[in-house]
Ligand binder design. Structure first.
Ligand SMILES: C[S@@+](CC[C@H](N)C(=O)[O-])C[C@H]1O[C@@H](n2cnc3c(N)ncnc32)[C@H](O)[C@@H]1O
Length: 244
C-alpha cells in the first residue's frame, strides 16, 4: 500500500491576522507538552481505538492504496498510525490548513483531529479540504466543543473545579499558563460559540460535501477508559464524515 500523509502547521504570511500569529505562537509553545499528550495515547494503547475508528469510517483504509492528508497533524498522530502497517511513504509539509499547497483532487482521504476548533475561518477550511479531495474522496474530522464551557453556563456546570481549563485533565501535560493562554485565544475563535457538530454539518453541506454525517457518540469508542468520565462530561469527541 502506498499512503501519502502530509502534515500542516500554521505559517505566518503578510495576509494572516494577529490572531493567527498568536495561534501559531501558542501551538509552537505547546508543542513539547502536546507531544507528551500524544505519546500518552501510544503508551496507553488508545491509538488502537483511533485506528479501528478510521477503519470503520473509511472503506478500504488499511487494505488499499490511499493518498491521505493529515491536516494540522501536530505530533503526527495519524501519520504514525498509518506508519504502523498501512503506509510506506510519509511526507511532512508546513502550511496553512485554510490555504493548502496542493492541487485540486490530490487526496483520497483528508483526516484531521482537534484542529477545526482552533481555526479563525473553519468554513474556508471545509471548502479547502473539499477542493483537495478527489471525486468520491472522504473527509473524516474528529473534534469537540473544547472551550464551550467559557461561554455556555450549562457546559460550565459539568466541568470539574479547576483554575484554568484542562489542568486536571487526564493525560494533559499543558502548564497552567498554557491552559490560560489557550482560553484567551479560544474566546476569540468562532467555534467556541458555535453549536457543534450541527454547525459543521451545515458548513460542510454548504461547502459542497455529500452525505455528511455527524456522530456525537464517537468519544465512547475512541477515548481511553481513563478519559471517558472527564471528557464525556466536558468535551466529548464527535466525528464528521463527508464525501466529495
Ligand atoms: C490540538 S492540536 C491537534 C494535533 C493533531 N491533529 C492531533 O490530534 O494530535 C492542533 C494542531 O493544529 C495546528 N494548527 C492550528 N492552526 C492551524 C492552521 N491554520 N493550519 C495548520 N495547522 C494549524 C497546531 O499547530 C496544532 O499542531
Amino acid at each position: 500500500m502506498e499512503l501519502c500523509l502530509d502534515a500542516e502547521q500554521a505559517i505566518r504570511s503578510a495576509s494572516e491576522s494577529a490572531l493567527m500569529e498568536e495561534i501559531e505562537a501558542y501551538w509552537n509553545d505547546r508543542a513539547a507538552s502536546f507531544f507528551a499528550d500524544v505519546a500518552g495515547e501510544f503508551a496507553d494503547g488508545s491509538w488502537k481505538r483511533w485506528a479501528a475508528e478510521l477503519m470503520r469510517l473509511v472503506p478500504g483504509f488499511g487494505t488499499r492504496q490511499l493518498r491521505v492528508l493529515d491536516v494540522g497533524c501536530g505530533p503526527a498522530f495519524f501519520s504514525i498510525l498509518a506508519a504502523h502497517g498501512v503506509s510506506d511513504w510519509v511526507s511532512l509539509t508546513r502550511g496553512n490548513a485554510c490555504d493548502l499547497p496542493y492541487g485540486d483532487g490530490s487526496f483520497d482521504l483528508v483526516v484531521t483531529r482537534n484542529l477545526t476548533w482552533t481555526l479563525e475561518d473553519p468554513a474556508r477550511a471545509y471548502a479547502e479540504w473539499l477542493r483537495v479531495l478527489a471525486p468520491q474522496g472522504r473527509l473524516v474530522n474528529f473534534d469537540a466543543n473544547w472551550y464551550r464551557y467559557l461561554v455556555d453556563g450549562d457546559a460550565a456546570r459539568v466541568r470539574p473545579e479547576e483554575e484554568a481549563g484542562y489542568t486536571s485533565a487526564p493525560n494533559c501535560h499543558a502548564s497552567e499558563s498554557q491552559c490560560a493562554r489557550c482560553e484567551q485565544i479560544a474566546l476569540e475563535l468562532p467555534m467556541t460559540r458555535a453549536e457543534r457538530p450541527a454547525w459543521d454539518v451545515a458548513a460542510m453541506s454548504a461547502a459542497g460535501f455529500r452525505n455528511v454525517v455527524a456522530d456525537a457518540d464517537c468519544w465512547r469508542r475512541v477515548l481511553p477508559d481513563a478519559e471517558l468520565d472527564y471528557y464525556g462530561g466536558t468535551a466529548p469527541t464527535f466525528s464528521l464524515v463527508g464525501e466529495k
